[in-house]
Design a protein around this ligand. Structure first.
Ligand SMILES: [Ca+2]
Ligand SMILES: [Ca+2]
Ligand SMILES: [Ca+2]
Length: 308
């Protein structure tokens, strides 16, 4: 169990942040062998600094396809260059015996990563690990809720980095915003797309899908009404035909990952209706979709949010 302590002081730096890791064994969690990680731990990239908030978001999963989970640690207040709160993500790799300080430090200034690290982007404010391309290596979605999109400050974005036998790779990463092709709605000031993330296989096709919180989305004139975008993962055809083989391959060339999107929002009932507006989330019919089905279209309970 990994526990974020983002307000922890480290070597005199307030809110530098730390992560406790408590290991499980037969019978449950046990204090023996627990670890305390900070940015000043030997081997961890970066230095603990005031306001970094290391551990503000956490996600665990096997990013290197070796059967041991890695731990991704959000550092949304981290400096990148001279930019405060540009944000970063540290990834500790699992080995026999537990997590090691062999880590990666990712930011929008890391080689190959899309986007530009800027002041107050808060890269790493939310994290989720899922296998979005069905190759059995976990992939890391990173929320950047205050990222600018075009001229829209704080519209928000999500970087997705794909895992492989060697761990996370910058190559082939994706940057999703509400202005990306196929995404419903459009990026607007302060909507903070990417404030929360959850990965799960909503469509039962063997690839995880990504739900993206947009808590300040305007909907039908309602400011900050909020919405959730869902990006569907897809499995390469070769992988679908031979699931046991694809796990041993490096990245399939034909990979197409999170693709179509659905944007869910709550819609108020018509003024003449006696219906309540509380039962607006539905997914039961989606769970029975056949694997070959295209991603479902928004239901009558969803609405393409207004542009404001
Ligand atoms: Ca691993
Ligand atoms: Ca994957
Ligand atoms: Ca799926």
């Amino acid at each position: 169990m990994a526990i974020g302590v983002p307000g922890d002081s480290v070597d005199g730096q307030n809110d530098a942040g730390a992560v406790n890791v408590i290991y499980g064994r037969a019978g449950g969690l046990h204090e023996a062998g627990d670890q305390l990680w900070t940015q000043n731990t030997d081997g961890v990239n970066g230095l603990a600094g005031s306001g970094h908030r290391f551990g503000a978001a956490l996600a665990g999963g096997d990013l290197s396809r070796n059967g041991r989970d890695e731990l991704a640690i959000g550092i949304p207040g981290g400096f990148i260059g001279g930019d405060a709160e540009a944000g970063a993500v540290s990834v500790l790799y699992g080995r026999s015996g537990g997590l090691t300080s062999v880590d990666d430090l990712w930011s929008q200034d890391a080689r190959g990563i899309k986007g530009i690290a800027e002041r107050s982007d808060r890269f790493g404010a939310a994290l989720a690990i899922g296998d979005f391309d069905g190759d059995r290596a976990g992939d890391l979605a990173i929320g950047v809720p205050d990222d600018s999109v075009g001229n829209a400050a704080g519209a928000g974005a999500v970087n997705v980095l794909y895992g492989a036998d060697t761990g996370l790779r910058g190559v082939g990463d994706q940057l999703w915003t509400q202005d990306a092709p196929g995404i419903l709605s459009r990026a607007s000031i302060g909507e903070t797309f990417g404030s929360a993330l959850v990965a799960s296989d909503f469509s039962r096709n063997g690839a995880d899908d990504l739900a993206i919180g947009v808590p300040r989305q305007g909907v039908s004139g309602g400011v900050n009404a909020g919405a959730v975008s869902v990006l569907y993962g897809s499995v390469p055809p070769a992988c679908a035909r031979s699931p046991t083989s694809c796990g041993r391959r490096t990245r399939p060339a034909s990979r197409a990952a999170p693709s179509a999107t659905t944007c869910w929002a709550r819609r108020s009932p018509p003024a003449t209706s006696t219906a309540t507006a509380t039962t607006t989330w539905r997914s039961a019919s989606r769970a029975t979709a056949s694997p070959a089905s295209p991603p479902p279209a928004p239901s009558t309970y969803s609405t393409a949010p207004s542009a404001d």
